[in-house]
Design a protein around this ligand. Sequence first.
Ligand code: HEC
Length: 145
Amino acid sequence: MVTTCFNNKQFKFDSLITKLISISMWYRLALIAFFSSTLLSCSSNTIDDVVEPVIIEPEIVTYQNIKFVFENICTECHSNPPQNGAPMPLVTFDNARAAILNRGLLDRISRAEGSSGLMPLGGPRLPQGTIDMMVQWNEDGLLEN
Ligand code: HEC
């Protein structure tokens, strides 16, 4: 009687433990699933955060990428007709292309700050990145689009 009772209790205790263990196993599995999904989404967010703000230079530089320089800076003098003693307009794609091919445009914008003949006349020198893009435009074949 006593033994049976004890056994019965023992049995109940055992099955309770088994239940608890299996609950805690599910709980742990759920936790692992939750955290690993959080970690995965975290890491992909991080990659997006790193990749998105990077400004990617166009693979081929065309006139469209650098015409803002002519429009905003050079046409102050190299308008059509030219002003302030400038010898030619830099208004159109053909103007700009011809100036690179026949008038030493790349040399003029690449000269050191303060040296004579530097364009834009009277400075300041264009940012190096802009000069590099102009050089790249030439290397990429002076395309319009
Ligand atoms: C403030 C007026 C002014 C601005 C702005 C200006 N230029 Fe000039 N540019 C001149 C004058 C004046 C000359 C002629 C004197 C000389 O050759 O240095 C000239 C000459 C040139 C020449 C040589 C032409 C030749 O046949 O010898 C090139 C190339 C040139 N400019 C390109 C540019 C470019 C590109 C820009 C813009 C980044 C620019 N210039 C901005 C006034 C200007």
